[in-house]
Design a protein around this ligand. Sequence first.
Ligand code: ADP
Length: 311
Amino acid sequence: MVELEDLPNVGEKTAQKLRDAGFGDMMRLATATGKELAVKAEIGEGVADKVIEAARKAEQIDFETALDVMERRKDVGRITVGSEAFNELIGGGIETQAITEVFGEFGSGKSQISHELAVTIQLPPEKGGLDAECVFIDTENTFRPERIEQIANGFELDIEEVLKKIHIARAFNSNHQILMAEKVNELIQSGVNIRLLIVDSLTAHFRAEYVGRESLANRQQKLNQHLHTLQNIANTYNTAVFVTNQVQARPDAFFGSPTKAIGGHVLGHAATYRIWLKKGLAGKRIARLVDSPHLPEGESVFKITTEGIVD
Ligand code: ADP
């Protein structure tokens, strides 16, 4: 394996700077941009470009055949959402190497699914998990350990063990949120087996901070940068990224849905799977798959119980 110190232009000091800035992983380095690296690791842009080029060589970043892609797809892991019908709708559970977005109105179950996944990621593969830990970026202070306790109880898991494997980051504003997502690189590189990154809610801060049409371009640019970080984590470490999103009212819509997801095209293009959550009758919830690269659109019904999500 190539170490940072093996790259040209990288001495002990630069290597340390790179590690401190979350670029300790060769693939992470290879997929960085010169500007990004120069700013974050506080090195000259010329050096940054050279280091990236060397990392790309080391990682053999080049065209690959469809067979290579197929091989990599074999590594895709799936995490159960608790309901069989829901799992089936999305091809067997939330995928690693992808961003899955759920959107829906207040109380539609977005946070509940986030809590459920924080527990099910820890299950062994035969029970629908990946035997791994997760990061939960909480932007609206909706994370509740008590809720984790109830769900863990449902799976007959050791509560303390489960809580220890959920790494919480409270994000107080959008910049803080962006920073915390970037810090996930460091956590994984330090050896913690993170296979799921939850951002609940992805868009709330951006929506609150960038008000009015004139700030829209700025907001979308920031959101795009954030999504780029998330996608990078998903690909680099074979991690699942699960994000929640609100909807905004569309009072002018006569046909189709009167609500639409926040984030516009930027998010629409970045999310691999998009799921619309709706409230149904008698406490039921409806999940509608609205976008997927290889699955048909469809719906499934699930319920939220004390023990978590069920059919
Ligand atoms: P949002 O989409 O706004 O994130 P939530 O995921 O917080 O919505 O879902 C809230 C709903 O979840 C509540 O209205 C309630 O029906 C259900 N719920 C929350 N906690 C429990 C629980 N302990 N047992 C059963 N249902 C719950």
